[in-house]
Design a protein around this ligand. Structure first.
Ligand SMILES: NC(=O)c1ccc[n+]([C@@H]2O[C@H](COP(=O)([O-])OP(=O)(O)OC[C@H]3O[C@@H](n4cnc5c(N)ncnc54)[C@H](O)[C@@H]3O)[C@@H](O)[C@H]2O)c1
Length: 254
């Protein structure tokens, strides 16, 4: 897709990966609507972006992605501000094995809510302009890890849901493209876990030592690759410190 002149709606856009992908898009001429539950941080990020890239280029809206009405209202306010959304990044996510229902609400319901809103808005067969929907999964959406099994399940859900949409035989008429990004560990606030957020914190720390964190810029490069790649429908982009490549799952991809 052509980034210049496009509009992106990014959940979890106040900080971390979402914020940094937003900035990469701004640098290439997009406008960004940042949606996040962290209002103070989100307002500050949008304000910094407006100063750097222009008054009409960035906008923050408070949104709890797990709450259908909150998401609907946030999406509607972005549409009313910018007229059209071309790129949907369902990126908000967290780890909390103790409060696992809340985690599933953000990681699964949030992605479903955002995808459904974007599909209805974008679909060409219902007077939309088409668009791209990229959902943030994780490497653990493609593999398994015993240290946080519910988080793993939530990210497998993102991969399965998004890959299923990508196989919709009517996508051509809808003018839509779907994909996921699947990074290993990225150096953001996300990684500052309290022990209670994990099922096996000590083993998690050992695991992390073995892979080590990648810089957020590396994750952003992966996002930009799949966003721009018009041939990426149905692809899951695995991102590691060594670079990024489309993961192939014979059962899912055929
Ligand atoms: N950092 C990593 O190691 C890593 C690795 C693989 C995948 N991911 C995934 O990448 C995504 C972004 O993670 P990050 O590293 O930028 O984390 P982060 O903690 O830096 O940012 C996550 C953002 O999501 C927001 N958020 C949380 N709950 C929300 C809700 N209910 N509604 C709206 N916004 C909400 C937070 O306020 C925050 O701004 C997540 O989906 C995460 O699961 C992260």
């Amino acid at each position: 897709m052509k980034i210049e002149g496009s509009v992106a709606f990014i959940t979890g856009g106040a900080m971390g990966v979402g914020k940094n992908v937003a900035e990469a898009l701004l640098k290439e001429g997009a406008k960004v609507a940042l949606a996040d539950i962290a209002a103070e941080q989100g307002e500050a990020t949008a304000s910094d972006f407006r100063k750097a890239y222009g008054e009409d280029r960035a906008f923050f809206v408070k949104c709890d992605v797990g709450d259908e009405q909150s998401f609907k209202d946030a999406f509607a306010s972005a549409v009313s501000k910018y007229g059209n959304i071309d790129l949907m990044l369902n990126n908000a996510g967290l780890v909390n094995e103790k409060r696992w229902q809340m985690m599933c609400s953000v990681n699964i319901s949030g992605v479903v809510n955002g995808t459904q809103l974007a599909v209805e808005h974008m679909r060409k067969d219902k007077r939309g302009r088409g668009g791209v929907i990229i959902n943030t999964a994780s490497m653990v959406g493609l593999v398994t890890r015993f240290v946080f099994p519910v988080y793993v399940a939530s990210k497998h859900a993102v991969v399965g849901f998004t890959s299923s949409w990508a196989k919709n035989p009517y996508l051509g008429d809808m003018g839509l493209r779907f994909g996921t990004v699947c990074p290993t560990a990225v150096d953001t606030a996300f990684q500052k876990f309290k022990d209670e957020q994990l099922l096996y914190p000590d083993e998690f720390k050992e695991m992390l030592k073995a892979i080590s964190l990648m810089g957020v810029d590396q994750a952003v490069d992966g996002f930009m690759k799949i966003i721009k790649d018009d041939d990426s429908n149905g692809k899951n982009l695995a991102i590691t410190k060594e670079g990024s490549k489309y993961a192939h799952n014979e059962l899912v991809d055929g």
